[in-house]
Design a binder for this molecule. Structure first.
Ligand code: AR6
Length: 172
């Protein structure tokens, strides 16, 4: 059984996770938001490791080392720009599924996600939470190496939205 955790906190401060997920841009460059914070914490080697893997498409995920981060790996996902990259819900689900599959292929036990696409890319938090939580639940039902999947939300409101959506999904 994989446990699904919802916490409020900075994605770069999830030291007990094997991998963290980056809400990347297509060029896998530092940028702002999550990507900026991850590249700052990982150091310049991360951008060098990313360069040969870019560009990536919406929904795609690639993996690098974590360098100066406390995590062994960073899984970089390009989320959809809300309503511009279509179908946005499927592309967002692809991000979570592809990231989890990469984690499983490396036999990782734990991975933490930020709320992909809900910042600069404009995805409404509650809609994104439904896609994220539904996809994580579905994928982890079939997988074994992952013991913990965490959603690390930046602010308490986002945390509450995710907890409520998870309760709704669990209630069926
Ligand atoms: N830890 C956890 N969550 C965070 C952090 C953090 N350190 N910083 C922001 N968030 P965003 P996107 C939240 O914009 O929408 C970048 O510039 C934030 O409040 O990072 O997928 C890239 O270069 C929001 O809820 O990602 C891309 O061009 C969520 O994480 C573009 O933005 C995602 O915000 C990607 O846009």
């Amino acid at each position: 059984m994989t446990s699904l955790e919802i916490t409020v906190g900075d994605i770069t401060r999830q030291a007990d996770m094997d991998a963290i997920v980056n809400a990347a841009n297509r060029e896998l460059k530092p940028g702002g938001g999550v990507a900026g914070a991850i590249h700052r914490a990982a150091g310049p080697e991360l951008a060098r490791a990313c360069a040969p893997l870019a560009p990536i498409r919406p929904g795609e995920a690639v993996i690098t080392a974590g360098f100066d981060l406390p995590n062994r790996y960073v899984i970089h996902c390009l989320g959809p720009v809300y309503q511009l990259d279509q179908p946005s819900d499927q592309l967002l689900a692809d991000c979570y599924r592809n990231a989890l599959e990469l984690a499983v292929s490396r036999e990782l036990a734990s991975v933490a996600f930020p709320a992909i696409s809900t910042g600069v890319f404009g995805y409404p938090m509650e809609e994104a939470a439904r896609v994220a939580l539904r996809t994580v639940r579905t994928v982890t039902e079939q997988r074994s190496s992952l013991q913990r999947v965490r959603l690390a939300l930046f602010d308490p409101t986002a945390g509450e939205v995710h907890r409520r959506v998870l309760e709704e999904l669990e209630a069926g």
